[in-house]
Every structure is written in C-alpha cells, then in structure tokens.
Design a protein. Structure first.
Length: 384
C-alpha cells in the first residue's frame, strides 16, 4: 500500500497502470456541453466535445501518488482508489496525480475521500471548462490548459489540468498523462526547495511549468507567420486564405486560454488564504509576468496576421488587375481590326477595293501594321 520515507536516502517504485473500474468491452459515456442542460448542479458527467474514442481514453487511465519531505520521497503504487484513504500524511507532502478522467466513479470516490464539493468535481470532469481559480476555504481549485503546437496538423492541442491544493496535499486531475510533470517529479527526487516547502509551492511549480511551455507555442506561431508571409509575398494562392483563417482561429483559441492565467496569477499573489504563504505569493509575480508577455505576443501576432491578410487581398487584387490589363490590351488591339473587317464586310456594290486584285492582301497587311504599331506603342508606355 505505502512505504515509510527513508531517513537519509530516496527510494522509488515503479508506477503501475491504475485499473479503472470500466470493463474492456463497456462503452465509456462521453457527453457534450449541451447534454448537461436541465441536469441538477453537481451532476457528474464526463464532458468532452473533442469526441475521443474509448480505446484512446482507456490507454490514458493512470494514477500515481508521491509523498516527500526534506529527508526523502516515495512513489506509491495504487491499484485501487480506496487505498488513498490509508495514506499516511502526518509528516509528509502528498501529491496524487490522476490521468484519464473518463471513470466518473473513480473521480467521485476521490471527491468523497477529500470531501470535495460536487461542483468542483463537475468542473474537473468538464474538459471544456474555462481557465480559473477558486477558493473553497479548506482547499483551492485551479483549472488550466496544458497546450502545445502540432506542427503537422498546424493546430494547438490541449490537455485540461485541474489542481486542488490542500495544506499538505495536492491533487492533479489530467485529461491525459502529461510529460511536463516528469520535470517536477525529477525536482522532487533531487531535493531542493520543492521538498522544503508546502503544497502551495508545488502548486506554483505545476502552474509555472505549464505556462512556461506556452512560449514554445509563441515561437511556433512566429515561424508559421513568417513562413506564410514570405510565401504570400512571393506568390498568392487561393489556398492561402484557408491557412490565414486557421491561423486566426488558433490564435484566438490560444488567447482565450492565456488571458485568464493573468487573473489566476493576480489572485494567488493577492490571496489572503492560509493555504498560500507569503513567500509563495511573491513567486506568482513571475507567472504573471510570463502570462502578460505571452498575451502581448499574441496581440502582436494578431496584428501581423492582419497585415498578412491585407497582403493576401492585395495580391489577389493585383492578379485580377493583371488579368484585366491583359484582356484590355487584347481588346484594344482588336478594336481597329474589327472596324476594318466590319467596313469591308458591308458588301456595298460601289466599293472599289472589293474588285482590286490585291485588296485582300492589302487589308491583311494593314491589320498587321496596326497590330505591330499598337504593340510598340504599349511597350513604349511600359504597359506590357
């Protein structure tokens, strides 16, 4: 079930896949936001508008528990949610990470163990929940998105993470397993400040590493915008408008998740909760600064995108103007030729040229001379 922390050295156990309560052939119920209309507050339903399939969800079901203090740490195998009740938390910090939230019964059991408000559990199970933080006196709830840029699909992927902070315990609920937390685990293993401080510092570390990775998305957008701008300047294609619209959509989605981070950082910095110590509040200024910088960068990217759209419309307009110019020149050349053909096509009886032996060739020669003269005139004017 659990192990006592060693006094001087650190020990670790392999983390085992948590056997969720659903059977292999049982269908996982996935609802959309609209399916909750009319249900009582606190009704626990797994909500995900992305429409993941059962197999994908089962592969991502996992639970890990880590306990640590200044002298060491332990990773604890949990095969049954009920084992969490017997964890010794008297002189240790406990971090329980749950990945894969499709098992509503497991999440509900964790809520009963830690006496969580049903509304909190409802928010955790809603993968479309907005980024926010709330104070419930005995614990803090923070919900935000881990995000990364898929360079092949040219879109932002996200993984919703809910963080519940108690005095000596931190619960994290992840839509799917995230490699980001591996960095925090390594910091716990190697010791340092994270083993000396409390649950509020661990919460800060989790939020900080999530927000820091937003900079990678910024860099990806900068490269994407730069590449698109160079291509559109070189040659404008109809497919470019689809890419521009996709950029606008992804930037708007990114902005939607980043702006609330500023509010979260402000709330933690100014929090009067006993769960957040003064020395930890100061650290959230760094998250605030990062969120503001990312938000400013998004605004700059929006301006650049607007410029790229203007560049696209200008390119399309120039192509249309070029086409119209060529057609106008051709029409202008044929106007006098049409006039000559029309005159000699009237077939009046008294038209001397009609009976001239070289009349046909003279008419064609005149037309050729007119075409050459007009082409030379256009070139002199630099119209062609």
């Amino acid at each position: 079930m659990s192990e006592e922390l060693p006094k001087e050295t650190s020990t670790a156990r392999n983390i085992e896949i948590f056997e969720m309560t659903q059977t292999e052939n049982q269908e996982i119920p996935i609802a959309k936001e609209s399916d909750k209309v009319g249900l009582p507050p606190g009704t626990l339903i797994y909500v995900d508008d992305d429409g993941k399939d059962d197999e994908t969800l089962r592969e991502k079901g996992m639970v890990r528990a880590i306990q640590y203090n200044e002298s060491g740490f332990t990773e604890i195998r949990i095969k049954n949610i009920e084992e969490i009740r017997s964890l010794d938390q008297t002189d240790k910090m406990t971090w329980i990470n749950v990945s894969g939230l499709w098992d509503v019964n497991a999440v509900q059991t964790i809520g009963e163990i830690f006496q969580l408000n049903p509304l909190v559990l409802e928010d955790i199970l809603n993968m479309e929940q907005r980024t926010k933080t709330e104070d419930y006196e005995t614990y803090l709830l923070t919900i935000l998105k881990q995000m990364w840029f898929d360079s092949e699909a040219k879109e932002i992927k996200d993984n919703q993470i809910g963080i519940i902070t108690f005095e000596k315990t931190v619960l994290t609920f992840c839509e799917e397993e995230t490699p980001l937390f591996g960095t925090i685990v390594e910091r716990i293993k190697t010791g340092g400040r994270i083993r000396k401080y409390g649950a509020d510092y661990l919460t800060y570390g989790l939020i900080d590493i999530i927000v820091d990775h937003y900079f990678y998305i910024n860099d990806a957008f900068d490269e994407w915008l730069d590449d698109a701008e160079k291509r559109i300047i070189k040659k404008t294609e109809k497919a470019d408008i689809e890419e521009i619209n996709q950029m606008r959509h992804e930037l708007s989605a990114f902005k939607k998740e980043v702006r609330p981070i500023i509010t979260i950082a402000e709330k933690f910095e100014k929090s009067d909760s006993k769960l957040v110590r003064k020395q930890t509040r100061i650290l959230f200024r760094d998250i605030y600064d990062h969120a503001v910088r990312i938000s400013d960068s998004i605004e700059t990217d929006h301006e650049i995108l607007t410029g790229i759209y203007d560049l696209y419309t200008t390119g399309i307009s120039n192509r249309l103007n070029e086409t119209m110019r060529v057609l106008t020149l051709i029409s202008t050349i044929f106007i006098p030729l049409t006039f000559i053909a029309g005159v000699y096509g009237m077939n009046f009886r008294n038209m001397p040229e009609l009976y001239w032996e070289y009349g046909y060739f003279a008419c064609l020669g005149l037309m050729v001379i007119i075409v050459i003269a007009m082409v030379l005139f256009f070139k002199n004017k630099k119209w062609i």
